[in-house]
Design a protein around this ligand. Structure first.
Ligand SMILES: [Zn+2]
Length: 284
């Protein structure tokens, strides 16, 4: 599957579309007379592209949006979907309020093609939140949201659709790329990813990562093993058994160049030292 495939139906009236920018997946769930969109992309223009593309599936309005987590490439399009209800984990609101506006200058520097489109973006966090689980209705169809623990951020959620074998994993998984650890909790991520993988049926399950092709249980298991291996390496460095350079050499994401492999390990070491408490977050 690739960006040329348009919408792909991966379950009964459950679709995914892979956009070239950041190789990102956007999900759509159709109910009776209403549509639900999972993640809203990085700019108003990108969000409007979702709405335009959606017209090839339905003329029904988007009444519900779900943010898998608060990163800008998943939420900066939120305002375009109003007056839809926007759902997310309660930590997603905190995260967006703390980082959304503050990160715009860095986004403009790192992604210059977006620089001219950031000023108009109003940070518009979810207005419906939950802590552990929630059920969302779209056109008399139920959609299940779950928080499985900290991982890629402190507030990633997964989305499943009863009656289908689909699980939207957000950025807890990335296919064909290394998951991004910059706001991550690398030690907690091990159990969170394992829990996620268990939700994917080994035969029929379809898991949609935040970025890259959708896949099956084997992919989820494979990436979970890499996430666990990274945490285990960090623990050995922390215990003084090996050096950070040894751990970089043994990195579990072979596609990661050595200079990029350092940061996830450094982040994991910071968590092992108890240093990863963002402003406003609980320490536990
Ligand atoms: Zn992310």
């Amino acid at each position: 599957m690739g960006v040329a495939d348009g919408w792909v139906e991966i379950g009964d009236r459950v679709f995914v579309r892979r956009y070239e920018f950041y190789d990102q997946n956007i999900g759509v769930i159709l109910g009776d007379g209403e549509a639900l969109v999972i993640d809203t992309r990085a700019t108003y223009g990108q969000a409007r592209e979702i709405l335009a593309d959606l017209r090839t599936l339905t003329t029904d309005p988007v009444t519900v949006v779900i943010d898998t987590h608060g990163h800008w490439d998943h939420t900066f399009g939120n305002a375009v979907f109003r007056p839809a209800t926007i759902w997310g984990h309660e930590g997603c609101v905190t995260f967006m309020e703390r980082t959304g506006e503050a990160r715009k200058p860095a986004i403009a520097t790192n992604t210059p093609e977006l620089a001219g489109f950031l000023d108009e973006i109003v940070i518009d966090p979810p207005d419906r939140t939950f802590a552990s689980t929630a059920t969302v209705e779209v056109g008399s169809r139920a959609v299940a949201l779950q928080y499985l623990g900290r991982g890629h951020t402190d507030h990633d959620i997964v989305i499943s659709v009863p009656g289908t074998d689909v699980l939207f994993a957000g950025d807890l998984l990335e296919n064909g790329a290394v998951p991004w650890y910059g706001d991550g909790y690398p030690i907690d991520w091990v159990t969170t990813a394992a829990e996620l993988a268990r939700l994917v049926d080994p035969e029929r399950g379809v898991v949609v990562p935040g970025h890259g092709d959708h896949a099956g249980r084997a992919f989820a298991d494979r990436q979970t093993a890499s996430i666990a291996a990274l945490a285990a390496l960090a623990a050995r460095v922390h215990a003084g058994e090996i050096t950070l350079e040894d751990a970089i050499e043994a990195r579990p994401f072979p596609e990661h160049p050595a200079e990029d492999a350092r940061r996830p390990l450094v982040r994991a070491l910071a968590q092992l030292r108890g240093e990863l408490t963002p402003p406003g977050a609980r320490r536990d």
